[in-house]
Write a protein that binds this ligand. Structure first.
Ligand code: NAD
Length: 248
């Protein structure tokens, strides 16, 4: 307990699912938490539900794919918190299409939210972290970055891009006291996973060694580890809580 006491964290896509579980775990560990999400009412509700006497929470509306929206949201959090210690780039979307049928707009949307969003939010959080010589950036990728999947080439490509970005940024800022790492979850029981076409989901669950989807509370502890002092020697790493889908 209290492994993040006194820290100020931002979780994008924190209104529900994996992001909310991470925000909840961070608050439990004593961190103030900002929930950034495009679902403004859900973000406000999530932030309210996490506030306690010791922990301050705020919500801000953001579309992580839009530079101006990201700048405005981070300015709002800076003025509420003073500074940001920990950023979790978790906001993401999932869609399905064979490459041969994929509209260019579907590809572009995936890259904008799942990859460009990670760049934009990291860029917004970095100057303060560099100035303070301390920071944690945790990027939520996916096991599909390693494995690939039919009908998800755009998703797998964006998530593999997140791993490349994570490693490259880790080189740039580790001497500034900032660690940058990625988490690659396997299939986790959230709205995102429930909205995938049933046949795709059934096939995925059938091939999983553990034989079931994961729970959000099986991902959040990995984020706490990377955010805390206990995680200080992870640099550009990819951690894989994935039910055995990819054994690396
Ligand atoms: N659920 C899984 O099986 C799984 C597996 C591997 C990786 N992931 C990744 O984990 C992350 C969280 O996924 P989840 O399963 O909790 O999904 P989810 O759909 O339950 O939650 C995603 C959140 O991101 C927000 N969001 C989406 N687009 C946004 C945008 N442009 N700007 C701001 N917020 C936005 C949504 O409003 C939502 O609150 C995603 O990056 C996803 O790709 C999920």
């Amino acid at each position: 307990m209290n492994r993040l006491e006194g820290k100020r964290s931002v979780v994008t896509g924190g209104a529900r699912g994996i992001g909310y579980a991470i925000a909840e775990a961070f608050a439990r560990e004593g961190s103030d938490v900002a929930i950034l999400d495009c679902r403004d009412e859900d973000a406000t509700r999530a932030a309210r539900s996490l506030a306690t006497g010791e922990v301050k929470t705020v919500a801000a509306t953001v579309d992580v794919s839009q530079p101006k929206s990201v700048e405005a949201a981070f300015a709002q959090i800076q003025s509420a918190f003073g500074h940001i210690d920990i950023l979790v780039n978790n906001a993401g979307i999932d869609t399905n299409s064979l490459v041969v049928d994929m509209p260019v707009s579907l590809w572009d949307e995936m890259m904008a939210v799942n990859l460009k969003g990670v760049f934009l939010c990291s860029k917004a959080a970095l100057p303060g972290m560099i100035q303070r010589k301390w920071g944690r950036i945790i990027n939520i990728s996916s096991q599909l970055a390693h494995k690939g999947a039919a009908e998800m080439a755009h998703y797998a490509a964006a998530k593999a891009g997140v791993i490349g970005f994570t490693r490259s940024l880790a080189y740039e800022v580790i001497r500034d006291g900032i660690t940058v790492n990625a988490i690659c979850p396997g299939p986790i029981d959230t709205e995102l996973f429930r909205n995938i076409p049933p046949l795709w989901r059934e096939r995925k669950l059938a091939e999983l060694p553990i034989g079931r989807a994961g729970r959000v509370d099986e991902i959040a502890p990995t984020a706490v580890l990377l955010a805390s002092d206990e995680g200080s020697y992870y640099v550009g790493a990819t951690l894989n809580p994935n039910g055995g889908d990819v054994m690396i």
